[in-house]
Design a protein around this ligand. Sequence first.
Ligand code: FPP
Length: 259
Amino acid sequence: MINFFKKKNYKEEIKEELNIFDEKEKIPSHIAIIMDGNGRWAQRRFLPRIAGHKEGMNTVKKVTKRSSQLGVKVLTLYAFSTENWKRPDPEVTFLMQLPVDFFDTFVPDLKKENIKVQVIGFTEGLPSHTRKAVMEAVEETKSNTGMILNFALNYGSRSEILEATKNIAQLVKDNSLEIDEIDETIFESQLMTASLGAYQEVDYLIRTSGEERMSNFLLWQNAYSEFYFTNELWPDFNEKSLENAIGVYQKRHRRFGAL
Ligand code: FPP
């Protein structure tokens, strides 16, 4: 409730009540986004679904730049899941071309913004032109020291966790590791997010389009993250939407299981 009679702090109270974003307040270090609603955005305009993905790529550019400017350390984007292969062939083909077009046009901006590209997922399963485009972007931006733009491509969290488990079992079998030594740090060292160092854990999970589920995305890494669901479709999401979302985060009190 806003108390309009308590004059001294009423501006702060309104700000809090309305989740008003404040650039000087805490910014989530690791934001992960499930970019949903491209198909519906296109269908509402009587366009083919791929038009939504194309527009979604422009949203990626806007959100990447704004996140970097705000001081976000890692932005992980769920671009293609291990389940997305079930989509019709022409749509999969288009989605596999998107990273090529994205990096063709956006690497100079990424360099200018000091953004470093990384990738998680089973990249060996990607078509060679997609993998090549991603790996070239990783190479070209590897010495950048600013925000990490982390693409999840052909990514699935359960498979990631199973792979980590197999790797650890192998280490035990080879006598390189004792069972009692297995802890969260060891386990995380085998996850695809290990290279994110101090920022492996997600702070803020955003999903667009009104769906409220995790869809096999960073299940371990989201253990203590805050969730934000918005009805906005991904192609409509923009810099202001991101700021609104962060405004909500700034009001949350994360307790990590404590009081
Ligand atoms: C989900 O919307 C979106 C995807 C499966 C693809 C996400 C990809 C992009 C936003 C572009 C990625 C850009 C780069 C640079 C790789 P949906 O198709 O499931 O939408 P719907 O639920 O409305 O059908």
